[in-house]
Design a protein. Structure first.
Length: 869
């Protein structure tokens, strides 16, 4: 408060406030240990201001209930009267949690066009720190491009912070409101007007003002958000001051550059060209992680010249630079225009990718494949991912596509993750065995820190020789909870040594629960070679899946010698999922042949027969056009083939019969809504739009006074309505609160919450700047012009020398022009006030906002006799 009083007195006594100086700034941090961080505050100030000399320390709120004075460690003078001040210190936080670190300094520049009375609005910046052991260590992105560029009236202005994240986290960007006292949004802040638009590109980080429409000084803020595995782990707010000048100068430009992908240890090389249509002297510079922050730094020479310049960018990234997020290099060209220097930008994203494994060798084994490969060029890989396909799929490695390419995802599947210390793999299909007679193809990917994939390897293929016999059928003949039946068949044995394995012969048939043939139980013995089928009865085929295998034995010489065993195969098993007027059918199976299609049968409503309703070349089918709440029953027949001319060309197998009842259980989409506040009339208008594809019957409006309260439904409307008026009584003490809207469809499903909107109270507290305590019955008492939703105030009125002459906490104020202590009559003149207004916000807590202004008192020599009458 004393500081504010001092500023007021200084305003009275001088016409220029030299103490104001803050232009821009941000806070970043670097993690040193579990709870200890190095905090760096950077401010950009007005160089001629004497306040620069008094700001060797600044107050900083750590967000954990403690504060410190952070010391200045570096001062750097920049062009155009900018001074870069760097403050740094370490701080240990008490433990895991979210902390908002805030620096607040009362010395904001005066004359900021979009911040009313900016000289009396504190300058503040903040960063959010999240300590969470599960998410791991984290340091904020570093903003490498200082916010010092100027704008020209009517010309597109761009600022990019050139953010580099040392942890390789994903970054997004957004525009936000500048903050003041306590790091809160500045009341009545307005974004600068633009002829087209003002926004921040969420991906590139470009703050684009297209284009300024008025001269002056403006402040905007942007937030840089850090994401890790889809979780927001921190954010940095940069406050930026932009000066708009009248100028005939044209912004210089840089020739557009494509994004680049490069393998580690390969060379990135391209030319950067900049021009100026006014033929001004221009300078081309670059900033970004590859130039400043990595171990294998890029090369780029700053160049200057008249009208046109160029310089070559060269970078050989090492294996340590492999990461998921691309590196950004920001190129900047600045001219030396006569009236104002303007800057143009281009940025390039460079993705550093790991090498794929090479020299992959395969060898066919009984029911298995042996793979071996050479080490990659990089030694910092973590794993190898081995992918397998049952057919060859040609693919040429795309320039920037890593991991398993989209075009291969229907053919290749991950079969094993191998540690980097191992460069071989024995594929036995998780113990089930690979299917003989098939060709198997493999591709391998290396992964690096944070599971970042390399390019995919070349394809290698190998054919497995057929075994003595193979399973050809495992098909449900009867569906029942206890008395079901399964048909099992296999091929006639061939290509075995009848001298080594003489007759007589015998089959042993084995059954297992599940798909993979584990814990098998013998269920039958069949003599001879030519009886190659069996029906398994008395089993629960309705709710269970079974797999079977058949062993062939030679019984010669009074011994039992195993000749061969094919991999176990299961019956098709269907799962049904009911939806609104449709049923989703999915079949699962584990077989030694390749299924490539299925036929779907549905039971007729009026009899017990099944009818073919469709086919699918995948393992899924959706039956549509159904009637809700009516039962439907299905089975499927799968169709498959062997990759061997000596085996059946086609094999068909039936699933069990399964039934379900479709119903509408999917909630509709929530309405998209907005809320407009009408402060004068004390109501809010909610409007919304509804997805026309949903059968919506009702719309529900929910409201709560406080963010920490539960929502209550305040209105249920027919879907024909598209707006709702929420009116408040004159007696309410606050209107701050939050809203969301849901929709209810014809089946009674209510939508999820799409998002809520919270609003503050209307800023309904206005103080006049004149009153006349002359006992004429009009305007004799100083009081608010508008007084609504105010809990209390801390009003202090001062004379021109800074002496306190009146104070009150009554929102009505009721000052009659007397000294508050002596009750003496005060002279006519100009008095100054500082009024902290305490209001309820949407968190149902009282928050202050500060009003600063002046009061002209005219009384014509007359005063009301008693101050407290």
């Amino acid at each position: 408060m004393k500081q504010i009083i001092g500023i007021i007195v200084f305003c009275i006594q001088t016409s220029v406030l030299f103490a104001t100086h803050n232009r821009a700034g941000e806070i970043t941090y670097k993690q040193l240990s579990a709870y200890t961080y190095e905090i760096t505050l950077v401010t950009y100030t007005y160089t001629p201001s004497y306040a620069n000399e008094t700001r060797d320390v600044l107050p900083i709120d750590w967000g954990d209930g403690t504060m410190s004075n952070i010391p200045r460690v570096q001062v750097q003078n920049l062009p155009d009267n900018y001074t870069k001040n760097t403050y740094r210190m370490t701080h240990t936080f008490p433990g895991p949690g979210n902390y908002r670190i805030i620096m607040e300094d009362p010395n904001r520049n005066q004359g900021v066009a979009n911040i009313f009375d900016s000289v009396n609005i504190p300058f503040s910046v903040s960063t959010t720190l999240r300590i969470d052991a599960i998410l791991g260590n984290n340091s904020t992105p570093i903003l490498l491009n200082p916010p010092v560029d100027k704008a020209a009236l009517g010309q597109r202005f761009v600022h990019n912070p050139a953010a580099y994240d040392p942890d390789g986290d994903s970054l997004s960007y957004a525009i936000t409101i500048c903050t003041g006292q306590n790091g809160d949004p500045i009341p009545n802040y307005t974004f600068p007007q633009a002829s087209k638009q003002l926004y921040v590109d969420s991906i590139s980080g470009d703050l684009i003002w297209d284009a300024p429409v008025a001269l002056g000084i403006y402040n905007v803020a942007m937030v840089v958000k850090e994401w890790r595995k889809g979780v927001l782990i921190g954010q940095v707010v940069r406050d930026i001051q932009i000066e708009v000048f009248q100028s005939n100068n044209t912004t210089p430009t840089i020739v557009a550059l494509p994004n680049v992908c490069v393998r580690a240890n390969d060379t990135v090389r391209f030319m950067v060209q900049a021009t100026d249509v006014d033929n001004n002297f221009i300078t081309l510079t670059a900033s970004g992680g590859p130039l400043d922050m990595v171990s294998s730094k890029a090369q780029f020479t700053t160049v200057s010249g008249i009208g046109a310049v160029q310089s070559e960018f060269v970078w050989i990234p090492s294996c340590n630079e492999i990461r998921e997020q691309p590196y950004t290099v920001l190129f900047k060209v600045t001219d030396a225009g006569n009236d104002v220097a303007l800057a143009g930008f281009q940025y390039v994203s460079i993705q550093v990718i790991g090498h794929a494994p090479v020299a992959i060798q395969t060898e066919s084994k009984p029911l298995a494949v042996q793979l071996d490969w050479s080490d990659t060029i990089c030694s910092n890989q973590l794993h190898y991912l081995v992918y397998r396909s049952s057919q060859s799929v040609p693919y040429s490695v795309s320039y920037c596509e890593t991991g398993l390419p989209t075009s291969l995802q229907n053919s290749y599947s991950l079969v094993q993750t191998i540690p980097a210390s191992q460069n071989n793999f024995y594929d036995v299909n998780n113990g089930i065995g690979l299917s003989p007679g098939f060709t198997y193809c493999y591709r391998i990917i290396s992964t690096y820190a944070d599971d970042v994939p390399s390019y995919i390897s070349n394809e290698v293929c190998v054919e497995l020789k057929p075994t003595v016999h193979v399973m050809t059928n495992v098909s449900v003949q009867k569906t029942d909870k206890t008395l079901g039946e399964m048909y099992i068949a296999w091929s006639l044995p061939r290509d075995f040594d009848s001298i080594l394995f003489p007759k007589p012969y015998m089959y042993k048939v084995y059954r297992s629960y599940g798909f993979v043939g584990a814990n098998k139980v013998q269920i039958a013995t069949i003599s001879g070679l030519y009886d190659t089928s069996y029906v398994d009865t008395g089993i629960p085929t309705q709710d269970s899946v079974f797999s079977y295998t058949v062993e062939l034995y030679s019984l010669a010489n009074a011994s039992t010698v195993l000749i061969g065993t094919p991999p176990a195969c299961s019956s098709p098993y269907i799962s049904l999922v009911p939806h609104n007027k449709k049923v989703s059918i999915r079949v699962q199976t584990q077989v030694g042949w390749q299924n490539d299609s299925m036929y779907v049968y549905r039971k007729q409503i009026d009899d017990n027969t099944f009818e073919l309703i469709g086919t699918s070349t995948t393992n899924q089918y959706i039956d549509t056009g159904l009637v809700n709440l009516q039962e439907y029953c299905y089975y499927v027949i799968t169709s498959g083939y062997f990759d061997n001319v000596n085996l059946p060309a086609r094999v068909y197998n039936s699933s069990q019969i399964a039934c379900c009842t479709p119903a509408d259980t999917v909630p509709p989409l929530a309405p998209v809504f907005k809320v407009v506040q009408y402060c004068d009339s004390l109501y809010r208008k909610l409007t919304w739009t509804i997805d026309s594809t949903d059968e919506i019957e009702k719309v529900c409006v929910y409201y709560k006074n406080c963010k920490n309260q539960s929502y209550e439904r305040i209105a249920t409307l027919s879907s024909q309505y598209k707006e709702f008026i929420h009116a408040f009584h004159d007696t309410v003490t606050q209107t701050a609160g939050c809203y969301y809207i849901t929709s209810i469809d014809s089946a009674g499903n209510e939508s999820q919450v799409w998002g809520d909107t919270c609003l503050y109270n209307c800023p309904n507290y206005v103080l006049p700047n004149i009153f006349t305590p002359n006992a004429d019955g009009q305007n004799d008492i100083y009081h608010p012009v508008v007084n609504r939703f105010v809990e209390y105030v801390d009003m202090k009125i001062y004379d021109s020398w800074g002496n306190l002459i009146f104070e009150t906490k009554d929102p009505k104020i009721l000052w009659k022009g007397f000294h508050g202590t002596t009750k003496k009559t005060l002279d006519d003149g100009v008095y100054y006030y500082v009024c902290d207004v305490y209001e309820y916000w949407s968190d149902c807590q009282v928050h202050p906002r500060t009003l600063v202004g002046f009061i002209h008192m005219f009384s014509d020599g007359k005063k009301i006799l008693q101050q407290n009458e």
